[in-house]
Design a binder for this molecule. Structure first.
Ligand code: FES
Length: 161
């Protein structure tokens, strides 16, 4: 077993200690806590939870994919959150999201193949005056258009070099 896999399992087991005796209704809070601590739900994490709750991994994936808050791949080096709240929607956030998907060649909830960017859709991030707005690792980029998103992405590509 690799050290990475071992430490994922170890971390999940520590989390599960807090849910001893809990039934299957604890599944969602357990998965939330794993994602919070490990950043995503790995295969190893899902299998370990399944063993503890006596649930097949396929069942856990079924439940987890129903709630689109869960990620199954690690976040990218830069985490892009596209606001799809009302103010941003009215100002064209859907076009911004589509442009980002094209630029990064991923869907929302995915990470680029080079691991540089992950793309997530979120509700209002509290900066409606900047709509449509995205956050990259907590830094806001305001008044975006489908034309201007490539420039923002390229800023981060340059930074990463
Ligand atoms: S709706 Fe986008 S920041 Fe509020």
């Amino acid at each position: 077993m690799s050290t990475a896999v071992a430490s994922i399992e170890e971390g999940v087991k520590k989390i599960l200690v807090g849910y001893q005796g809990a039934g299957r209704d604890a599944l969602i809070p357990i998965l939330q806590e794993i994602q919070e601590k490990q950043g995503f739900l790995s295969r190893e994490a899902v299998v370990t939870v399944g063993q503890s709750l006596n649930l097949p991994a396929s069942k856990i994936y079924g439940v987890a994919t129903f709630y689109n808050q869960f990620r199954f791949k690690p976040l990218g080096r830069y985490h892009i959150q596209v606001c799809r709240g009302t103010a941003c929607h009215v100002k064209g956030s859907l076009a911004v999201l589509d442009a980002l998907k094209r630029e990064l060649k991923v869907d929302a909830g995915e990470t680029t193949r080079d691991g540089l960017f992950s793309l997530e859709v979120v509700a209002c991030i509290g900066a409606c005056g900047l709509a449509p707005v995205i956050s990259v690792d907590g830094n806001f980029h305001a008044n975006l258009t489908s034309q201007s998103v490539a420039g923002v992405v390229n800023q981060y590509r340059k930074k990463a070099r």
